[in-house]
Design a protein around this ligand. Structure first.
Ligand code: NDP
Ligand code: MG
Length: 389
């Protein structure tokens, strides 16, 4: 059997690490052919050595030059940098699948390049669809390329849909752990520090998504991601809080039956499903045994204490460039919060004010969306400079 060639963008991150576990365990089916990261050359070099990878990209030019000067990757490796480096990796002739798992919207151009080159996309970077879902999905349709969801909720929905016709599906129900502040009062939220926001009860993930999970902006981004991945109307996507993170999401059919996907909270299940799709093989982690009592709880989200989720839903319903503005403002605000320049409630305040400052319109093309993305980031940064958040 031919091995699937995998390019892994964001190889040194949390999704990257879990992807490597899956690839390692399935070396009879999968072959890592290219890897990329932002600036951390040493862990990238270690991955290149272990998997014998010949094509590597380091986005940061200085890190790339330094790595070249000290011969970190050896002479066998073809090393490149910048967005061209990422695009080159995403379109490698020996790659069948591009795993896009770089932080934020950095993955947009490589995703489009990979689609253009006819590669299957294993998408973790939800921000790519929140920013430009309309254009990314149109490009994938035009090329006949599949965009397979790595995000655990969307992967669960994809599994529960199992190719069902659209008219049989009533809605999808995304589960949310609720994060570390699920039961904290709004008053106490004002004092939350980055250290506290970086402690997720169930999942071990990168810094940005961990903060997003704590504010539930992550679930908001996932609403919009689901809209594009599954072609749903906003009213067909529901969020339910499920603190145990065992049911990863559900699909309700028109006859009232609801199908759910369950597994322990580890990303290896979704990653393996996507990388081996449509084949199934034993996974790399223990499964649910049902040997002990297990309570599964479900409750509606509190949109007053989690305004980011409300703002994301409103942006999704407003459509146009509102989701892109939401995403840009959130990215800038989270960075400012992690840098201790704004308070925790400042994150949602900044998103709210940025949305109010930018006129919504239906973007005619990708360039218009990217312009709005830049303007929104400028507006959020200006708000941070001028006011106290
Ligand atoms: P991490 O912060 O752990 O890793 C980010 C990765 O992106 C690192 O490899 C980093 O490289 C790389 N990177 C950063 N900037 C650039 C750049 N400019 N060019 C190329 N690579 C870059 O993030 P996660 O793995 O947690 O998340 C990655 C994506 O997956 C996010 O979009 C997130 O929303 C999504 N996701 C993550 C989940 C999770 O469980 N972690 C679950 C569902 C979705 P370096 O090490 O050099 O900085
Ligand atoms: Mg998720």
């Amino acid at each position: 059997m031919n091995k699937k060639g995998i390019v892994l963008l964001g190889a040194t991150g949390s999704i990257g690490e879990n992807s490597l576990r899956v690839i390692r365990a399935n070396s009879d089916r999968l072959k890592l052919v290219g890897i990329a990261s932002g600036s951390r050359a040493e862990p990238l070099a270690a991955i290149a050595r272990e998997f014998g990878v010949r094509h590597v990209a380091l986005f940061d030019e200085k890190s790339c030059t330094d790595a070249q000067n000290c011969g970190l990757f050896g002479t066998e490796v073809n090393l490149s940098s910048g967005i061209d480096g990422l695009n080159r990796l995403a379109t490698l002739p020996e790659a069948d699948v591009a795993v896009v798992a770089v932080v934020g919207t950095m993955g947009l151009h490589p995703t489009l390049a990979a689609i253009e080159a006819g590669k299957e996309i294993a998408l973790a970077s939800k921000e790519v669809l929140v920013l430009a879902g309309k254009f990314v999905m149109a490009a994938a349709r035009a090329k006949g390329v599949r965009v397979l969801p790595v995000d655990s909720e969307h992967n669960a929905v994809f599994q529960c849909l199992n190719g069902a016709p659209e008219h049989e599906v009533a809605r999808i129900i995304l589960t949310a752990s609720g994060g570390p502040f699920l039961n904290l009062s709004w008053e106490k939220m004002a004092a939350i520090t980055p250290e506290q926001a970086l402690q997720h009860p169930n999942w071990s993930m990168g810094a940005k998504i961990t903060v997003d999970s704590s504010t539930m902006a992550n679930k908001g981004l996932e609403l919009i991601e689901a809209r594009w991945l599954f072609g749903m109307e906003p009213g067909q996507i529901k969020v339910v809080v499920h603190p145990q993170s065992i049911v990863h999401s559900m699909v309700e059919y028109v006859d009232g039956s609801i199908l759910a996907q369950l597994s322990p909270p580890s990303m290896t299940f979704a990653i393996q499903h996507v990388l081996l799709f449509p084949e199934r093989k034993p996974g790399v982690e223990p499964t649910l045994t049902f040997e002990d009592t297990m309570n599964l709880e479900f409750r509606p989200p509190d949109l007053t204490r989690f305004p980011c989720l409300r703002l994301a839903r409103e942006s999704m319903e407003a459509a146009g460039v509102a989701p892109a503005v939401f995403n840009a403002a959130n990215e800038v605000a989270v960075e400012a919060f992690l840098g201790k320049r704004i308070s925790y409630p400042g994150i949602s305040d900044l998103i709210d004010q940025t949305l109010q400052n930018i006129e919504n319109l239906e973007p005619a093309n990708l360039e218009e969306v990217l312009d709005i993305d830049r303007s929104a980031r400028r507006v959020t940064n200006d708000l941070i400079k001028k006011h106290e958040f």
